[in-house]
Write a protein that binds this ligand. Structure first.
Ligand code: GCU
Length: 605
């Protein structure tokens, strides 16, 4: 058996790619590697390449100058020009921009090192799991390369069973947040390029064969049938029994794992208390395989469209939403449960039943908290503005990020919409790119709705939603900025938005900046009064939109952006928040809150 695992691992390590994602990490036997790590800022990649640019980890015997060897001089004569243990320290998870003042604008390479002991018992396996690293990373353990990962907002894991030692392990991570035009997102974004190990680092201990992934949700179109799969890693026929128990539903399903390590199932279920914002019911589910009991808390609900309506559990709903960036009020990447609760409780206070998590997959904490709080979620991959739609590698990167996001979050009832993109310019290549992502999404999950935030002001002014990818989407979502990027707020009530699709419509963004505490006349840009008037007028226009099924104004909280430079007003922040980055509600917050309170009283909301 050990030989088989070693070969499996060897193959993976040789390939150097992250392995199949292990899902439901929060409920597994884990050891955290969060905490104090040493770091070395390396703008010239001195620890990665020789002076003639030979890549050290491609050498048969990598030089001691390679930082991933964590080398220390053995005598007074030896030349060694780095030392992790004498280098600066940083608390992980975090982004270096907000933790280290000199690195506020730094885009480049930083190495991180953590030493740890681990006593791995016989017949056990060990994995290292990263919640996210922005943007590209090379991972090493005890000098051996585990692999690389690209994409700043999705988790990945590597097996370390045959490399980890009982004492003095050292994990070394090279992080590069340099932007490239072929990346996803591309070089131009209206958010801060936070670099670093921005989410949890976890060791996961498993049996030789273990439950790697599973999907347990209502079958599409059938609210009395729970269906899905269980996937076992390194399955052997010695033990092929899997049970799924959901005591509150009197379910105790027994299935046999097939030779492919998978068991597919359909389980009739009666009297389900369906998940909804009013009733965010989560059932305790236990999967038992070969003595491993893996628990999860799963909600069951249906989400579908019927012509121009969105139906949750067969009933028409209106999405009272708000857009949210993954940033906390200390101006850094949000990643903790506390950060998630702060953001989601503000959304609840606003009167929301729905949040648009922009523009990339957020951390798992906020998804699981939304499940518990009863907030429906729009989750998005960062196909943002002008990614390289003709580049095959760019498409594969976007598709991989989508696959990982769906793998991680497919059991969360709160997620109702997968978003393919934001404000991408119309072209044939873009249409093909998005259509392929839509088809890929449906192949992984046919139960949720698919959308994308469309751009409307491409020479059509206000009133027309004419993007042809609308044909591929379940929901027509569009961003419009009447009164901020053009148009005249006095004309608001004369504008009627039209779309040729008989589909639900969401206004996925509208808004304007206000510096909290700056007051003046309603026609003075940057004042709270201007933002307040902008909301009043936009809402008068929006409520007239036929097929309107929801909105998610831009944005809950002011957020950092290197593009927003007006001194004394923006100072590196996008000020469209209804709440300032230090937590002060602006006058427009209360306009939106009142509008949602009235909306909630209406029948379908
Ligand atoms: C765009 C974009 C946002 C951006 C916002 C703005 O629509 O989707 O990411 O921050 O508008 O300009 O403030």
């Amino acid at each position: 058996m050990k030989k088989r695992i070693t070969l499996l691992l060897l193959a993976t390590v040789l390939i150097g790619q992250a392995q199949n994602l292990i899902s439901n990490v929060p409920n597994r036997a884990v050891t955290s590697l969060n905490g104090v790590w040493n770091y070395i800022v390396d703008p010239y990649e001195t620890g990665f390449y020789s002076f003639h640019h030979d890549q050290y980890d491609k050498q048969t015997k990598p030089s001691n100058a390679a930082f991933f060897n964590n080398y220390h001089a053995v005598n007074k004569q030896e030349l060694v020009e780095y030392d992790f243990d004498k280098s600066e320290k940083i608390t992980i998870p975090s982004d270096w921009n907000s933790q280290i003042p000199e690195l506020k604008y730094y885009e480049g390479n930083v190495w991180f090192k953590k030493s740890f002991d681990y006593d791995l018992k016989d017949k056990k396996r060990l994995f290292v799991y990263f919640g996210a690293i922005n943007y590209k990373s090379d991972i090493y353990l005890n000098g051996k390369k585990l692999g690389t990962h690209e994409g700043g907002f999705t988790p990945f894991n590597f097996e370390i069973t045959s490399i980890v030692k009982p004492k003095d392990n050292y994990i070394v991570v090279k992080v590069d947040n340099t932007r490239h035009k072929e990346d996803v997102p591309t070089t131009n974004t209206d958010w801060w390029n936070y670099g670093g190990i921005t989410r949890d680092v976890t060791l996961i201990e498993e049996n030789e064969a273990f439950i790697e992934d599973y999907n347990i949700q209502l079958k599409k179109g059938n609210s009395a049938l729970i269906s899905g799969f269980i996937k076992v890693n390194n399955f052997t026929s010695e033990q092929n029994q899997v049970t799924i128990s959901i005591p509150e539903l009197k379910i105790n399903y027994k299935g046999k794992v097939g030779t492919d390590g998978i068991v597919n199932f359909e389980i009739p279920a009666k009297k389900i208390s369906f998940w909804s914002p009013e009733n965010p019911k989560l059932y305790e589910v236990t999967i038992d395989f070969n003595g491993q009991k893996l628990k999860d808390n799963i909600g069951f609900r249906t989400i579908e469209t019927q012509e121009d309506k969105i139906l949750l559990n067969g009933k028409q709903i209106f999405l009272r939403g708000i857009s949210i960036h993954e940033e906390n009020s200390k101006g850094r990447r949000a990643n903790s449960e506390e950060d998630a609760l702060r953001l989601l409780n503000w959304a609840k206070e606003l009167g929301c039943n729905y949040v648009r998590l922009a523009h990339y997959p957020h951390n798992e904490n906020i998804i699981r908290q939304a499940d518990k709080l009863g907030l429906m979620v729009w989750e998005e991959i960062p196909v943002y503005w002008t990614v390289e739609f003709t580049n095959k590698d760019t498409y594969k990167n976007a598709e991989d990020q989508l696959t990982t996001t769906i793998t991680r979050d497919k059991n969360r009832a709160c997620i109702i919409i997968w978003s393919m993109a934001n404000e991408t310019p119309i072209s044939d290549a873009r249409n093909t790119f998005i259509k392929s992502l839509v088809d890929h999404t449906k192949s992984l999950d046919n139960t949720r709705l698919i959308s994308a935030a469309l751009l409307t002001q491409s020479g059509n002014g206000f009133g027309t939603i004419n993007d042809e990818i609308g044909q591929y989407l379940d929901i027509i979502s569009f961003n419009q900025y009447l009164g901020w990027y053009g148009g005249n707020l006095e004309d608001a009530e004369k504008i009627l938005w039209k779309t040729k699709y008989n589909k639900p419509v969401i206004v996925s963004e509208f808004g304007g900046d206000a510096k909290a505490g700056l007051h003046g006349e309603k026609n003075e840009r940057w004042t709270e009064e201007y933002q307040e008037y902008l909301y009043i007028q936009n809402l008068k226009m929006i409520e007239k939109i036929p097929h309107l099924s929801g909105l998610s104004p831009w944005i809950l909280v002011d957020f950092r952006s290197p593009k927003r430079l007006l001194p004394g007003i923006q100072d590196g922040y996008n000020r469209k928040g209804l709440i300032s980055n230090d937590g002060n509600k602006k006058k427009a917050f209360y306009i939106m809150q009142d509008w949602y309170a009235k909306k909630k009283k209406e029948k379908s909301s």
